[in-house]
Write a new protein. Structure first.
Length: 239
């Protein structure tokens, strides 16, 4: 029984547990990633139908580059397959795709495909689907600092003007609100370098369910839990 007036504006999800899900079934890790990609589509559609305007998915972290070459190769082929297949539907559903992270880390063909996907869906107004790829929260902050230093060096910015709101303009998420709710699957209870500046007042929801088993019903549970919380942002309620 969700209250449509108390839904989060921005949900962020750490999609964890694909490999362990596959291992439990005696399957290679890549089967978990393939099943996880199917879940992405269902959760994106559910988010849109609920009217939540922003959804950010932690798809590939800076640290994930340390994974075996075979697994990375499969993940990148899965990404290209997803984009090729889903972008026309995203456009039809008025879902805008946005990519955050160091896309320069990827091969030229993937970079071009990401740019194509963003361009094809740029007019989407129903939902902004943000994919974090080769993303790290600390790297994002350092990038913002370097950009600001460049503006100061060119004389376009005085250091006294550097306030929180100005700093936000140099983040990947400059055009998005901070996440109201973070969901992490698989039972791990950490944020793993994900949107660390933006999640100062985010509500956290941890579930033991592996991402390939994360159904729409599990998503609703997380949203119901969010709606039961009292968000004060440092204030107190007077009685």
């Amino acid at each position: 029984m969700l209250d449509p007036d108390r839904l989060p504006r921005h949900v962020a999800i750490i999609m964890d547990g694909n490999g362990r899900w596959a291992k439990q079934r005696g399957l290679p890790r890549v089967y978990g990633h393939k099943k996880g990609a199917e879940v992405v589509k269902k959760i994106v559609q559910k988010t849109r139908s609920l009217g939540i305007p922003y959804l950010t998915l932690y798809a590939f972290s800076k640290e994930n580059w340390q994974r075996p070459e075979k697994e990375k190769k499969f993940l990148f082929s899965l990404l290209k397959e997803y984009l090729k297949k889903e972008v026309p539907e995203l456009r039809q559903q008025e879902i805008r795709l946005k990519v955050i992270g160091d896309r320069e880390d990827f091969s030229q063909d993937i970079q071009e495909m990401l740019e194509w996907a963003e361009k094809e869906t740029e007019k989407g107004k129903k939902l902004t689907l943000c994919l974090a790829l080769s993303y790290g929260g600390r790297a994002e902050i350092l990038r913002a600092v370097r950009l600001i230093c460049g503006e100061v060096k060119k004389g376009k910015l005085d250091p006294s003007e550097i306030k929180e709101e100005l700093f936000r303009k140099f983040l990947y998420t400059a055009d998005m609100p901070d996440p109201d709710l973070l969901i992490r699957t698989s039972g791990e209870m950490r944020i793993s370098n994900f949107l660390i500046f933006q999640m100062a007042y985010t509500e956290f929801y941890f579930t033991p369910v592996y991402w390939p088993d994360f159904t729409e019903e599990e998503y609703i549970k997380a949203l119901e839990d969010f709606q039961r919380r009292e968000r004060r942002f440092g204030r107190i309620n007077e009685f």
